[in-house]
Design a protein around this ligand. Structure first.
Ligand code: HEC
Length: 174
């Protein structure tokens, strides 16, 4: 092989390889909205925030995605309902959205209760969080607000999933 063709290969390698040590990974897509769509799907947001998602095997049009759930999760924290994200992002700035996930302290009015996986999404790259916001914002407003949080000790008026370990044979609790 000629010396200059070896040089050519070396130059091509240098041009195509970008090594950014220490850079936090993030999703790459043609647009932020496409990255956001991917993150919603891979991040499992629909499993909790889209009614009937698992039952329909995910065959629900995006026009009905993330409209919140009337089935609560009941545990020691009370009863929480997956929020209607389509309505939420309409009155929330992108900066607030990112801060909600990134800041260890919750924003007033946005407490971090289970089973929303705050702990995990906290690790998302800011670019990914922005992409999520852009995609959900583009979907536009839809649906009704989810029922209000029910504090511990109060009886919820909706159906709920008991999210507490149960002993075999014991009566369901709470
Ligand atoms: C395991 C179920 C579950 C999954 C998965 C999940 N969420 Fe949630 N999410 C919830 C519940 C329940 C709440 C309500 C928590 C509360 O009332 O404190 C919530 C609340 C939120 C809130 C706060 C809304 C508010 O008004 O306080 C945002 C924003 C949110 N989820 C976004 C997402 C996104 C984006 C994803 C996917 C990347 C996701 N969630 C995945 C269950 C889930």
């Amino acid at each position: 092989m000629k010396e200059n063709s070896l040089l050519g290969i070396a130059a091509a390698c240098l041009l195509t390889t970008t090594v950014v040590y220490g850079a936090m990974p993030h999703v790459q897509a043609a647009t932020a909205a496409q990255a956001g769509r991917y993150l919603v799907l891979a991040g499992g947001c629909n499993d909790c925030h889209t009614p009937g998602w698992a039952q329909a095997g995910g065959a629900i049009p995006s026009s009905r995605w993330l409209t919140g759930s009337r089935v609560g999760f009941r545990g020691p924290w009370g009863v929480t309902y997956p929020a209607n994200l389509r309505l939420l992002v309409q009155h929330m700035h992108e900066r607030q959205w990112v801060a909600m996930f990134k800041d260890k302290t919750p924003l007033p009015g946005y407490p971090m209760r289970p089973p929303m996986p705050w702990l995990d999404y906290h690790r998302l790259n800011v670019r990914d969080l922005q992409a999520l916001y852009v995609f959900i914002q583009r979907l536009g407003p839809a649906g009704q607000p989810a029922p209000r949080y029910v504090p511990p000790g109060r009886t919820p008026k909706t159906s709920y999933i008991v999210f507490v370990p149960q002993r075999p044979g014991s009566r369901p609790h709470p």
